[in-house]
Design a protein around this ligand. Structure first.
Ligand SMILES: [Zn+2]
Length: 310
């Protein structure tokens, strides 16, 4: 199976204060793990800058301008909220993170590859159309979904978000879009404290599965399989987009779920199997969270192995 890996050195340019958990070492740890010769099969492509038109499919012009044109002097920051601040390299990194999912989308649709993983940062699933928050600047997966609809005329899209945090931004961007499915399984109560059971039912279908901290991997799997996997299978999408956050891992410092490395293999295999059945294999995944560097690297490799196994 042809799998693309998208990344770019600019994704390292977005930095925070000392101790900032969403830091450049995250993508570095993933890319270092994927240098192993067993990943020679990956089609490695450079993440381009996002087109302005793609950003505007989700965000208003003033918001896009603010993110792209705010460049503080070296060593300084422009704070948006407690854990979201623009550094001198943020605009380039955020632009390439959004550009990566669009480029990956185009590649799976024109058949250059079957599926793709975007090893980029900053993540995107907390950013709402007019509000950057929670380490996120552009709503990357929602942008790819709207590009798929508006440029490629692919309307039925399933977005699956297995990050430990609720994908409030993706939900806000897509819930009123017809033929969209958004499913998120996440810790609750926990940041950002949204995503309490079917809280948004617009033209699209939103499925939220809030579960308490301490949930076992077995209980997580049972709920995910019975609800989200089943939903996606019944929905019969033409494309699957994945908010691949790896902070539901038992070793993650920001979450209190207990997934193991092999759960991410299972997630990759299950989602790719559904993509093979319904979407001619088309699946694009983008890195969201994951803050234990070793667990993040292992989980990403396991997820990619899972995609390959399907
Ligand atoms: Zn997260």
């Amino acid at each position: 199976m042809k799998t693309a890996l998208l990344s770019h050195p600019d994704t390292q340019g977005h930095v925070g204060l000392d101790g900032y958990q969403e830091n450049p070492n995250r993508v570095m740890s993933v890319m270092t793990a994927l240098e192993d010769s067993r990943y020679d099969f990956l089609i490695r492509e450079s993440a381009p800058h996002a087109n302005r038109e793609d950003l505007l499919r989700v965000h208003p012009p003033a918001f896009v301008d603010f993110i792209l044109e705010t460049t503080p002097p070296e060593g300084e920051f422009v704070h948006i909220d407690y854990d979201t601040a623009l550094s001198p390299g943020t605009a380039d990194a955020a632009s390439r993170a959004a550009g990566a999912v669009c480029h990956a989308l185009d590649g799976v649709i024109d058949g250059r590859f079957k599926n793709a993983f975007c090893a980029t940062r900053p993540p995107g699933h907390h950013t709402e159309p007019e509000r950057a928050m929670g380490f996120c600047f552009f709503s990357n997966i929602a942008i790819a979904a709207q590009r798929a609809r508006q440029v490629h005329n692919i309307q039925k899209i399933a977005v699956v978000d297995f990050d430990v945090h609720h994908g409030n931004g993706t939900q806000a961007a897509l819930w009123d879009t017809e033929d969209m499915y958004f499913g998120s399984i996440h810790q609750h109560p926990h940041y950002p404290n949204t995503g309490v059971s079917l809280e948004k039912q617009g033209k699209g279908f939103v499925r939220n599965i809030p579960m308490p901290g301490g949930t076992s991997a077995a209980d997580w799997r049972k709920e995910y399989d019975a609800v989200i996997l089943k939903d996606v299978d019944s929905f019969k999408p033409d494309l699957i987009l994945v908010s691949a956050g790896f902070d539901a891992h038992k070793d993650d410092p920001l979450g209190e779920f207990n997934l193991l490395d092999e759960d991410y293999h299972r997630l990759g295999a299950q989602l790719q199997t559904l993509a093979n059945v319904h979407c001619d294999g088309r699946l694009v995944a983008a890195l969201e969270g994951g803050y234990n560097l070793d667990a993040l690297a292992r989980s990403t490799c396991a997820f990619i192995d899972g995609l390959q196994s399907a």
